[in-house]
Design a binder for this molecule. Sequence first.
Ligand code: SF4
Length: 466
Amino acid sequence: MIAIPTTSTNTKSLVTENNRGSYWITTFGCQMNKADSERMAGILEKMGYQKAITELEADLVVYNTCSIRDNAEQKVYSYLGRQAKRKEILPHLKLILAGCVAQQEGESLLRRVPEIDLVMGPQHANRLETLLNQVDNGQQVVATEENYILEDLTTARRESKVCAWVNVIYGCNERCSYCVVPSVRGKEQSRTPHAIRLEIEKLASLGYKEVTLLGQNIDAYGRDLEGISKEGRRKNTLTDLLHYIHDVEGIERIRFATSHPRYFTNRLIEACSELNKVCEHFHIPFQSGDNQILKLMCRGYTIERYKRIIEGIRKQIPHSSISADVIVAFPGETDKQFQKTLSIIKEIEFDQVNTAAYSPRPNTPAANWPNQLPEKIKVERLKELNSLIEITAKKRNERYKDCVEEVLVEGTNPKDPQQLVGRTRTNRLTFFPDTGPQGYVYQPGELVSLKIKEVRSFSLGGIPLR
Ligand code: SF4
């Protein structure tokens, strides 16, 4: 960690014992970042900060950044420029750059935007209070060194009162040739099953009903923890963890993401079919339908293996839903190879697919390859892929028509206050009236049986049965 003395005015003039001013956090990127932001919000509130009504009123602004795609990174620089201008007239404003861009760019960010007070990589999210104390002492701080992630002793300020993310493994030891995550989030660090269970018990005591276990490669969970079973397999696998946390009273649903086809096991499918709280939804990125591209991506599996995993899931849990991530226009991808990706989408009929055109990222092997594809091809392929997904997802959703689905109420539909929104066990977003046939008004956290009446590509509409 680097601490640089600064002449900028510190904010002590605003700080009273119980009120440190207001904060604002903008989060870019994945669920891991969202979970980190919730933890940082918890730390700030414990320190006496209050959530600001708008970003431009806040006394402390955090940008929790994502470097997976170039456009998210560029957006951060424009946000920072706006805040740097504010700081000219509000010198007490604290500006914090957290997350993956912070880790990737480190100290050089201070040269680019000298108004920044704190640059902190994702492994330092739990240390926000210590780092801010150094800022309050008049330093500009850069915290990007490899760090053992301390057990999370803080109470996250979670956006939802019903569903919570629970980090189970940080970092990633894979080396996918397009991915910046290993260089910004560091080596795998699994939390102990005991610490995870304690966090879930705490969530249950606060009224949470659903937890999603999170990891960049969740199937790697536990391989850095000790313990071998009598049968010679690792004891602390994701499957063992699911068994271990399954009986936490009050938690109704358990999800996990993101799976990696290379490490996905039949034992995991069996556990999902046996453990009734584990929801029937699998998010397993396949990235490309072509084996040569998969090899260049260093993914470590073939598309045949991927298809066997999906067959195994559908055989044991026929009503499960499958979602995936796909990248198009990887360097050198031919039209024929792209067509193979489209064929997989048609063949598997995913419930949902997150798509992206390849974007070269710093410190990744593929970024230096000479056979980058032109922007025009990227845009065309992405458009073609997205149109196909819209059709296949709608077709797949047709299976819900007139069926009864259990939905966990998450809150009000932001576009219609008379409607509630929740998800099926299979992770389909579902909208429905807030009042049942006998006048009962549903509340967040309740499980409601709905008859599905409307089927769209990316959501469902239902009517409560009681
Ligand atoms: S598994 Fe591959 S794509 Fe996923 S975070 Fe790790 S390196 Fe990136």
